[in-house]
Design a protein around this ligand. Structure first.
Ligand code: TYM
Length: 330
């Protein structure tokens, strides 16, 4: 591993799946923490492009999504000198070790994993095997780098638990190789809500995108679902207030709450205030992203260098696994 990281004691590892535009749930639940933690942790952050293939079935679309996500992270301040930033598909050890862990994974563990369970509950008969074994690949993504901490939103907690279970199982079966990682789930943004008050998610179509154009952002914020309390009437804290509170300071939150309680302010005005807040929060990142877009060569180079560094660790872990399982004979 590169020596520039030797003084940082804890290692963190996390990833995002390029399947759609990054939204404020991804940002507050995960990406912001990935960037902040680069200061005093040894940081591995990756683009989970193999996971995207469970749903994305189009070459140009996948390529666009990968580049978009790389731009997003770099614009948000992920520093390739501080963090190892790479693409999952550049590291063949992820898929190789997935087979090894597949052979230790009980089917019921995967039948209970929520992504598969939800799809099955909806009566989806076309669920692919990749969706079923998704948590095993994710377990490898994590375990291969032996991180201490995996910063994710609450919806990924079960997957981190599966990774811990499989690590324990491997260690008991073949001998100690893997570390049991801890999830880090931000208290204030464990489940960021979307424009309809449910969990914000690409698959629910209720997102507010962090790099949307002004026009698109306005459409998303103005589309927040509200109740029919009249302008004059006092209002209870709602979805607009909740979204505002993710970005506002204590004073600003208290001010909006006071206006809600006093009555006289319509939801349209509250939405405008939220829109301004979001625009102001992401403005510097959007500007940075515009600049980076003109230098895709730089972006691709960053990922290539990141992959070289990540591979040092991944191949060392693979060698240990090959040794313990009996696949390597010397
Ligand atoms: P993905 O791409 O769906 O989401 C990326 C990160 O964003 C978090 N997140 C949220 N947090 C709070 N509120 C929300 N509404 C919200 N929506 C999304 C997610 O919890 C996640 O942290 N399987 C993973 C990608 C992955 C991964 C890994 C993550 C693959 N391998 C290894 C960590 C470690 C996924 O689909 O996340």
């Amino acid at each position: 591993m590169s020596t520039s990281h030797h003084n940082k004691t804890k290692r963190i590892l996390s990833g995002v799946k390029p399947t759609g535009k990054a939204h404020i749930g991804n940002y507050l639940g995960a990406m912001r923490n990935h960037v902040n933690m680069q200061q005093d942790h040894e940081n591995f952050i990756f683009i989970a492009d193999l996971h995207s293939l469970t749903t994305v079935k189009n070459k140009a679309e996948l390529q666009g999504l990968i580049i978009d996500l790389a731009l997003d992270y770099l614009a948000l301040g992920l520093d390739p000198k501080k963090a190892v930033f790479f693409r999952q598909s550049d590291i063949p050890e992820h898929t190789e070790l997935t087979w090894i862990l597949n052979c230790l994974t009980p089917m019921p563990m995967l039948e209970n994993a929520h992504a598969y369970k939800d799809a099955a509950a909806k009566g989806n008969k076309e669920i692919n095997a990749g969706t079923f074994t998704y948590p095993v690949l994710m377990a490898v993504d994590i375990l291969i780098y032996k991180p201490d901490i995996v910063p994710v939103g609450k919806d990924q907690k079960q997957h981190v638990e599966i990774a811990r279970d499989l690590a324990g199982k491997f260690n008991r079966t073949f001998g100690e190789v893997f570390k049991l990682p801890e999830p880090y789930i931000p208290k204030e943004a464990a489940v960021v809500i979307g424009t309809d008050g449910q969990k914000m998610s690409k698959s629910y179509g209720n997102t507010i995108e962090i790099f949307a154009s002004d026009k698109e952002l306005k459409k998303q914020v103005m589309g927040i679902i509200t109740d029919s309390t009249p302008i004059e009437a006092p209002k209870a804290p709602d979805t607009i207030y909740q979204l505002y509170s993710y970005f506002a300071n204590e004073q600003e939150k208290a001010d909006l709450l006071e206006k809600y309680q006093a009555g006289g302010m319509g939801y349209g005005d509250a939405k405008k205030q939220l829109l301004e807040k979001i625009t102001e929060t992401f403005k510097p990142y959007r500007q940075e992203r515009e600049k980076l877009k003109n230098d895709l060569k730089y972006v691709m180079d960053v990922l290539k260098t990141g992959a070289e560094k990540a591979r040092e660790t991944a191949s060392a872990t693979k060698a240990e696994v090959w040794d313990k399982t009996g696949l390597s004979i010397s």
